[in-house]
Write a protein that binds this ligand. Structure first.
Ligand code: MG
Length: 202
C-alpha cells in the first residue's frame, strides 16, 4: 500500500505558501509506516514547526495504469479525511537545497486518517465542504470544487507514472489555513457536521 499526496491543489494554499500555481499536478509519496489509524499522535523530536494540513483522502479500489480521465471515477468509491503532517522547518530546508521532502513529509505517523469511509455515490464533490478544527477553533475549510485538479485528473496523471493498486490512498491537497500544532492540541476534522477524525497531540 502506498500513500500518494498531492501538493498545491488549492490556489489559496499555494498563495499562503508563496508558491506558484502548478500547471500540472505535483505529487509525492509517503510510506505505509506514515499511516496512523487510531491512537494519539506524538510530536516528533526532529522538528520545532510541525504543521497540520487537513485533506480529503480517496481510497483506490482497483489496479490501474495509464488511466484515462474519463474512466478514473471507476477506480475509487470511498473517501474520508486525513492529515498530511508536515515538518515545515525541515521542508523549508529541503526546498532551499532542492532536496527531496521525505524527511519533512514521510515520517512515521505523518498521515493520520479516519477509520470511517464515506461512499462517493452519496455525495456531490462539487458541493462538499470539510472543516478542520484545532482546539475547537476553525482553521481550514476545504471545498473540492476549488481543487486546481479534480480527483479524476489526479488519478489519470499519477497513473501515468505509477501503477495504482487496491488500497492505495490519495491525499488530494490542503486548503489555506495550515498552521503549527503544539503538544496538548486536540485536532478534529468533519464533513457536513459529522466528525471523522479526532486526534490528541502528545
Ligand atoms: Mg499536503
Amino acid at each position: 500500500m502506498k500513500i500518494i499526496c498531492i501538493g498545491r491543489n488549492y490556489a489559496d494554499h499555494a498563495k499562503e505558501m508563496n508558491a506558484a500555481l502548478p500547471t500540472e499536478p505535483i505529487y509525492f509519496l509517503k510510506p505505509d509506516t506514515a499511516l496512523l489509524r487510531e491512537g494519539d499522535f506524538y510530536y516528533p523530536n526532529f522538528t520545532k514547526d510541525l504543521h497540520f494540513e487537513c485533506e480529503l483522502v480517496v481510497k483506490i479500489d482497483k489496479v490501474g495504469k495509464h488511466i484515462d480521465p474519463r474512466f478514473a471515477h471507476k477506480y475509487y468509491s470511498q473517501f474520508t479525511l486525513g492529515i498530511d503532517f508536515t515538518a515545515r522547518d525541515l521542508q523549508q530546508k529541503c526546498k532551499e537545497k532542492g532536496l527531496p521532502w521525505e524527511p519533512a513529509k514521510g515520517f512515521d505517523h505523518s498521515a493520520p486518517i479516519s477509520t470511517t469511509w464515506l461512499d462517493v455515490k452519496d455525495y456531490h464533490f462539487q458541493e462538499l465542504e470539510f472543516k478542520f478544527y484545532q482546539n475547537e477553533e476553525l482553521r481550514q475549510i476545504g471545498r473540492p470544487k476549488e481543487f486546481i485538479f479534480q480527483i479524476d485528473e489526479l488519478i489519470a496523471y499519477v497513473s501515468k507514472f505509477i501503477t495504482l493498486k487496491t488500497g492505495d490512498l490519495l491525499f488530494t491537497g490542503t486548503p489555506a489555513g495550515v498552521g503549527p500544532v503544539q503538544i496538548g492540541d486536540e485536532l478534529r476534522a468533519e464533513i457536513d457536521g459529522k466528525t471523522l477524525l479526532q486526534l490528541s497531540v502528545k
